[in-house]
Design a protein around this ligand. Sequence first.
Ligand code: GTP
Ligand code: MG
Length: 170
Amino acid sequence: SNNVINAKLVLLGDMGAGKSSLVLRFVKGQFLEFQESTIGAAFFSQTLALNDATVKFEIWDTAGQERYHSLAPMYYRGAAAAVIVYDITSNDSFERAKKWVVELQKQGNPNMVMALAGNKADLEDKRKVSADDARAYAEENGLYFIETSAKTAINVNDMFYEIGRRLPRA
Ligand code: GTP
Ligand code: MG
């Protein structure tokens, strides 16, 4: 059909987890070893053609630095989807991700599609967060879980396609 879905999507997570890198990989197919830390937030758009619908993502890439925390509700309010990103080499980033989940469960749109992305999956030798622990946490909280690498591109497109498949149809 010509079902077009406009979907606001927000990325949240600790500074340095790789939110901007995931967006850059998805939108431009690029990766930067020295990606600059985001100030405030950045906007991108990307269209995906699925079998039954075209999804137009309006993507808000937020800043992970704590001093920007108070801005976050502007970006997740009204969002159809959220990607909460942590870095598999950092336990702190996983703890920060859980705090975002709690905040979204309290303040976010109740129908929001939520994904938990364990990024930097290419750094297996530095892994601190086990995939089993993260998957169990995601299942308990009704999140879609995937490990990604913005660097190698592994699972990045798959994640956005899966989110698109989970969005409610008009
Ligand atoms: P803030 O904007 O400060 O919140 O950070 P961010 O979450 O947007 O992280 P960003 O994308 O800026 O990435 C931080 C650093 O991690 C950069 O140097 C990236 O090159 C690196 N990086 C991001 N994703 C990956 C990945 O999948 N693998 C590896 N090895 N490095 C990554
Ligand atoms: Mg960023």
